[in-house]
Design a protein around this ligand. Structure first.
Ligand code: SAM
Length: 251
């Protein structure tokens, strides 16, 4: 599989690291992902498309025995390595998946990576890679573009980004292009992504060897209901731009 879509991330490490503090990530995505993952004490974990390594660091700090961060983008990996070293965290960051890593992991986490598969073949290859890293019975936790995201280009603007379908007349076209524009407090970045329907994602996961698949919504775990969350989060919680697939590798 080509990793040419990863190249667009080379200059975005600083911006992505800042994004961890943006409310939709800090109050919604990150706590929901960590809650979904649960206890990682003693686990062997691979952070697939780790970017600046934010989740890799969290996993190590929460007691994972072994953490490997994989990302084909050198700019992201350099940042991830420097930061983990500075924090004294023993994480191995790799830019390619050597065959020896196959079948080694209890958990593979892949946050916002599936949207960078630009064809059905690439989507399948990416799912095969993610699932192939798991031991039988191991768990995949991954975040695609939400199959029912809000297709109005400005809907997520208050959260720091715009999602603009290449074909506004058909924003849910399977495999259709979507441009992600980052627009928080003067920071700018533009990334090409692709929308995949729930059935395409499920088919690719099934083909890759996932046997039990569940979808989970992003919520604000600190608040029992949307109404109790700060009003500024309501629109995102009503139509999150992403959700979570949890799958178990079959034997
Ligand atoms: C939106 S960033 C997310 C980074 C990180 N997972 C996070 O949550 O902060 C997407 C990452 O996926 C990586 N990526 C893009 N295409 C990829 C591919 N084919 N295989 C693995 N990673 C890829 C990019 O280099 C980029 O770092």
């Amino acid at each position: 599989m080509g990793n040419e879509n990863a190249e667009q991330f080379n200059e975005l490490a600083g911006l992505y690291e800042d994004m961890a503090e943006w409310p939709f990530r800090k109050d919604i995505e990150i706590p929901t992902v960590l809650q979904t993952i649960g206890d990682v004490e003693g686990l062997s974990v691979l952070d697939f498309g780790c970017g600046t390594g934010m989740y890799s660091r969290w996993l190590k700090q929460r007691g994972a025995a072994k953490v490997v961060g994989y990302d084909p983008t050198v700019g992201m990996l350099n940042y991830a390595r420097r930061r983990a070293e500075k924090e004294g965290l023993d994480i191995s960051f790799v830019s390619e998946l050597k065959p020896g890593l196959r079948g080694q992991f209890d958990l593979v986490l892949a946050v916002y990576v599936l949207p960078y598969a630009s064809t059905a073949a690439e989507l399948q290859a990416m799912c095969n890679e993610m699932v192939g890293l798991l031991r039988p019975g191991g768990r995949l936790v991954t975040l695609p573009i939400h199959p029912s995201y809000d297709p109005h280009a400005n809907y997520y603007e208050a959260y720091g980004f715009r999602l603009i379908a290449d074909d506004p007349e058909d924003p849910f076209a399977d495999g259709g292009g979507v441009t992600l524009e980052l627009c928080m407090s003067g920071q700018q970045g533009k990334v090409a992504a692709w929308y995949w329907s729930a059935s395409s994602l499920e088919r690719a996961m099934d083909e890759a060897g996932i046997k039990s698949l569940e979808w989970r919504e992003l919520v604000a775990p600190a608040y029992p209901t949307i109404e109790q969350a700060p009003e500024s989060l309501h629109a995102y919680l009503q139509k999150p731009h992403s959700n979570i697939i949890v799958g178990i590798r079959g034997r």
